[in-house]
Ligand binder design. Sequence first.
Ligand SMILES: [Zn+2]
Ligand SMILES: [Zn+2]
Length: 141
Amino acid sequence: MRDTLPLHVQDQVQAAGSDLEQRILTWSNNNPDYEKAYHEAGPRLQKKIDWVLAGLLSGSIPHCKHLTKDAGPRPVAIALWEDFLHCGCTMPKPLSKHEDSTCDLCGSYDADGVYPSAVVIGPLFIAYGQCASCREEERAK
Ligand SMILES: [Zn+2]
Ligand SMILES: [Zn+2]
């Protein structure tokens, strides 16, 4: 599919991906507790990824005003507890204690809190919190 895109768009997609990679690198160096899920996604994470991608392709995910059809490829981010796609212009809003302890993959509540995690797919950054059981399952992959 990539080969059918005009060259300048391919360049933009690649540039957006590299830009995001750089930002993630800087960001994860400053947030050592964050887990990066660069490994293959487990079934629960994959389901969420599929949902985000389907929303992107159909345009059904709410997004910031900067992500227009004419904006060109650029890094985009979404936090699974918000379901809001943005270009980096907003920070996730503060969560209640209950939300902050709710797993974004399976929806279960863990009083001990969830592990902050993130996955990067090309120019797309997905942040989420996962419970101990999901983390175990994802790691097994
Ligand atoms: Zn924006
Ligand atoms: Zn879970």
